[in-house]
Design a protein. Structure first.
Length: 93
């Protein structure tokens, strides 16, 4: 099963090897029929500990690294490599 990939700005980098990423979503309210915006904060693992507040990053699901961290920061190259390997796996079957 593919891992979810989300995108958003970093809102906190105070933790050691941890960043907090805000992911926004917009959806149409079922009764009011207007667009509603909601956001959620995810704690993500940053191995290099170099990311700063305000940067936009991609995060991917991963096995739990701590009590709150179930996501890890990934680069666009890693995402492309994962997609390519998944396509090769499907072609082999």
């Amino acid at each position: 099963m593919p891992k979810r990939i989300l995108q958003g700005p970093i809102v906190s980098d105070k933790g050691e090897k941890t960043v907090v990423v805000r992911v926004d979503r917009a959806f149409k309210h079922p009764l009011l029929a207007k667009v509603v915006r909601r956001s959620k904060r995810y704690h993500a693992h940053d191995e290099s500990n170099e990311l700063k507040v305000g940067q936009r990053v991609l995060i991917r699901e991963c096995p739990p690294k701590s009590k709150l961290k179930r996501w890890e920061v990934v680069t666009e190259e890693q995402v492309a490599a994962d997609a390519a390997s998944a396509q090769q796996g499907e072609a082999a079957e």
